[in-house]
Design a protein around this ligand. Structure first.
Ligand code: OAD
Length: 266
């Protein structure tokens, strides 16, 4: 047995290594697994988690772009803009009912729970699925609205509506109720945006999770946090490459978050 193999046997006994097959050299290589450097929650007073579709991916909610992404199977022009709704409201509402039904089949994962258990944390999310709230998070700023709310496009009436099917799709004023979601071409709600900028501008730890950062204003948030003096972390199996981040953890939200905060998984 070589010195290296000897050393590895010893490390394996104390549980510090894993073996990975490497086809290229026809052998297995042994990697030292360094435990992840944890973040001490008590070192920060205002933590903002900024989340995108990747946050819900391990729960089974599909992401938007890339392999298996929603926009690969459904066209934005047919399902996710006001013009589509005006052309064919029933078709657009049926698409959103399908999304509601598939989200209801999913449950929040350990990563959602780690965030929900943190009293000084606020969530700014691009997600419309309500998974953070279902995990118990109280302060959730939903930039793109919610699958669980309807809005009248004529009189502005809003209605909470949780369930697979919409309770109704007509407003008392007679017009259609549309999902209260920011579709392509819609303006973001100014009050919601201002709350998000304020939260991010005042945080001392900014953790972005599972977003490609391609949609405005998401793209500017890491920079805003950095300029406000926050320590910035990105969690993503395919990091964005944004230079604002002080630390990038390549991995899945549900695995990384418990480890990063030293919380055991359920
Ligand atoms: P995208 O689909 O653009 O990006 C999802 C990101 O999640 C990618 O960077 C993936 O690498 C990452 N990811 C995948 N699995 C992950 C996991 N298990 N853990 C962590 N990250 C993971 O989704 P968003 O950036 O959220 O808007 O997209 C932004 C907006 O564009 C959405 O809110 C939606 C969409 O069109 C509207 O519909 C208005």
């Amino acid at each position: 047995m070589s010195d290296i193999e000897d050393h590895c046997t010893m490390l394996k006994k104390i549980g510090k290594i894993a073996k990975l097959p490497v086809a290229a050299i026809g052998k297995s290589v042994t990697l030292l697994l360094h435990p992840m450097k944890t973040i001490e929650q008590r070192d920060f007073s205002n933590i903002v988690f900024f989340t995108g579709a990747g946050m819900s991916a391990e729960s089974g909610v599909p992401i938007y772009r890339g392999k298996g992404g929603i926009w690969g199977s459904y066209s934005i022009e047919e399902y996710a803009c006001q013009e589509a709704f005006e052309r064919n409201p029933e078709k657009v509402l049926a698409f959103h009912e399908k999304r509601r039904s598939s989200v209801l089949d999913c449950t929040p994962h350990d990563g959602h729970r780690v965030i929900a258990d943190m009293s000084c944390a606020r969530v700014v999310t691009q997600n419309i699925d309500g998974m953070h709230q279902r995990a118990g998070s109280k302060e959730v700023i939903e930039l793109h609205g919610s699958l669980w709310r309807l809005r009248c496009q004529s009189c502005g009436f809003r209605k909470e509506d949780f369930g697979e099917k919409f309770e109704t799709n007509r407003c008392d004023c007679g017009d259609w109720l549309r999902p209260d979601i920011v579709w392509f071409g819609d303006m973001l709600d100014a009050v919601v945006m201002s709350k998000a900028s304020q939260a991010i501008g005042n945080c001392d730890l900014f953790i972005s999770i599972g977003t490609s950062g391609t949609v405005w204003p998401a793209a500017r948030y890491p920079d805003l946090a950095k300029k406000s003096g926050a320590y910035c972390i990105e969690i993503n199996p395919e990091p964005s490459g944004d230079i604002a981040y002080d630390r990038v953890v390549e991995g899945a939200a549900g695995e990384v978050l418990p480890e990063l905060f030293g919380v055991s998984r359920r």
